[in-house]
Design a protein around this ligand. Structure first.
Ligand SMILES: Cc1cc2nc3c(=O)[nH]c(=O)nc-3n(C[C@H](O)[C@H](O)[C@H](O)COP(=O)(O)OP(=O)(O)OC[C@H]3O[C@@H](n4cnc5c(N)ncnc54)[C@H](O)[C@@H]3O)c2cc1C
Length: 326
């Protein structure tokens, strides 16, 4: 029997999606180990109804610890206390910058083994085995823990959100002593990153642009096609173009960006580098437009169009509009 403690980040009155995936994954794994999934929320005046709602994702119990919102050190202190007092064999994080910071701090505090950038976890012989891509995602390493507590930090959005829980979770306040260094940082301002409103993870259709678009203005072709599709469609990008400042970082797909699985992923002018592929290969249908017939992206596309995107995208946009009767 092994219980799992899951860190859940919340802001603006909601639990972030990445954390909901971690709670769902933790609940699935805990049931396979014959244990329970417990979540922990750290913040100022965390509403108990919000905490209880994690029961829908499989958490049996949710700890609420009082401390400054969105800072790593108080969360490390609170989780270390919960682990010292409780019976936890694993701590699980959904990933993201804060998850990495808290997980690493907790590992140091607890003398625990840590697996980062994990894309899958399974239960085997009563233990968890974390799977972590290595060597530019060309191989998977399997990590087992020798320490009494194992810390598993997922890749951003690696864990699927499932609402299999029985209802409201039991909520308990967790009293803990903040360490002296917890007072060394304060949250000065929380702001929106430019382009942060791009919801590429939730989109059904993604029109993704790469360096083949030529320049920032080239993205208008992708935006026009996305507008023609309408509905839940968004524009995404490769790292080459976000690094070049052609499109916001929030839209980047791949190893160092976001992982997506839309119904349709239309890639225009991207070569299909392995670091890009790992973020979009789970898409249901992949269509690629590239002028180079030997581009790697054609190796994992359902439909490949060899040609100049400057000619194809406008025609496709017109065709979609005509089909929709616009
Ligand atoms: C550690 C590490 C992490 C990385 N993480 C990521 C990541 O998260 N996401 C990511 O995307 N990349 C990532 N990269 C970068 C990655 O290796 C590639 O460099 C990048 O994905 C290439 O972007 P691209 O396909 O837009 O550009 P390119 O590789 O330059 O491809 C451009 C393509 O456009 C085609 N093209 C050009 N003109 C036209 C035209 N007129 N019509 C049609 N096609 C045209 C070309 O034939 C070419 O295939 C990472 C790299 C490293 C080392």
């Amino acid at each position: 029997m092994a219980n799992i403690l899951i860190y859940a980040l919340h802001y603006d009155g909601a639990i972030n999606k990445n954390s909901l995936g971690a709670v769902s994954e933790g609940a699935r794994l805990a049931s396979q180990l014959g244990g329970e999934a417990h979540a922990i929320l750290v913040g100022e005046n965390v509403p108990h109804e919000l905490a209880a709602s994690l029961g829908e994702y499989g958490a049996k119990k949710v700890w609420v610890a009082s401390g400054p919102d969105g800072l790593a050190q108080p969360a490390v202190d609170a989780m270390a206390k919960a682990i010292t007092d409780g019976d936890y064999s694993y701590a699980l994080f959904g990933g993201g910058l804060l998850g990495f910071e808290i997980g690493a701090g907790l590992a140091a505090r607890a003398g625990a083994g840590v697996a980062m950038e994990v894309t899958g976890v399974r239960a085997e012989d009563g233990q968890l085995v974390a799977e972590r891509p290595i060597l530019g995602d060309s191989a998977i390493s399997e990590i087992r823990f020798r320490s009494p507590v194992g810390i598993i930090i997922g890749r951003l959005n690696a864990f699927e959100i499932t609402k299999d829980g029985a209802g409201a979770a039991e909520v308990s306040e967790l009293a803990y002593e903040p360490s002296p260094q917890a007072a060394q940082a304060t949250m000065v301002k929380r702001g929106e990153q430019r382009g942060a409103d791009v919801d590429i993870e939730g989109a059904d259709i993604l029109v993704a642009g790469g360096r083949g678009l030529g320049n920032a203005e080239g993205f208008e072709l992708c935006e026009q096609l996305a507008a023609a599709f309408g509905g839940n469609t968004a524009v995404a990008a490769t790292r080459a173009v976000v690094d070049a400042g052609w499109y916001p970082y929030a839209a980047q797909i791949g190893q160092t960006g976001k992982t997506v699985a839309p119904k349709l992923y239309l890639a225009a002018g991207s070569s299909g580098a392995i670091q890009h592929k790992v973020g979009m290969q789970a898409s249901e249908n992949i269509i690629a437009i590239n002028k180079d017939a030997n581009a790697p992206i054609f190796e994992f596309s359902d439909l490949g169009v060899v040609g100049d995107l400057n000619k194809i995208l406008p025609k496709l946009t017109e065709a979609v509009k005509a089909k929709k009767g616009a």
